[in-house]
Write a protein that binds this ligand. Structure first.
Ligand SMILES: [Zn+2]
Length: 170
């Protein structure tokens, strides 16, 4: 079953409250750089920021992390929350808004752990301007179209499938 398609270089998903969200190649390359394909690779993570594309859809326009002050192990990742807030403030000034968080897992096809689910709910419920939700991206070791897990998180956490290829939305 192909839940995800990669064509035109971008990965797309459809978020109920946001519509189509595009992950362009530059963002995918950042994910790929930190995939835990080596036996000793530690989990990595950071934040995702969005902006409107020219045609009005939501484009992932910036990605951060991992930072030197994050806590990283083979099967654990804990972001430096101070740095996260600095990033949010910095990108806000550039017209980029927090979309959510990403981190890697040392498993072929990623899925959020129960602590991941609890953590993203806590972030959503404690944030000052939570909007309609936060995206949680988890990067497995398989190619992204197969190994990437996307969830939409507010008081609930629901998995998101890929919307299809770039060309199919015309
Ligand atoms: Zn995790």
């Amino acid at each position: 079953m192909h839940r995800r398609e990669v064509m035109g270089g971008s990965i797309w998903c459809e978020v109920p409250e946001l519509g189509l969200v595009e992950f362009p190649p530059a963002i995918q390359r950042h994910f790929q750089h930190y995939q835990q394909t080596g036996k000793k690779d530690k989990e990595a993570g950071g934040q995702l920021f969005w902006k409107y594309a020219d045609d009005g859809h939501i484009l992932v326009g910036a990605i951060t992390g991992p930072r030197p002050t994050d806590k990283r192990s083979r099967t654990g990742y804990k972001a430096d929350h101070k740095q996260e807030q600095l990033e949010i403030d910095h990108f806000y000034g550039e017209g980029l808004y927090l979309l959510g968080d990403w981190h890697t897992h040392p498993e072929p096809v990623a899925s959020p752990s129960s602590s991941d689910v609890a953590a993203i709910k806590e972030i959503y419920l404690s944030s000052k301007n939570p909007g309609s939700g936060l995206l949680l991206a988890i990067v497995g070791t398989r190619p992204l179209e197969e190994g990437l897990s996307l969830s939409w998180c507010n008081d609930r956490v629901v998995p998101i499938a890929l919307a299809g290829a770039a060309g199919s939305k015309a």
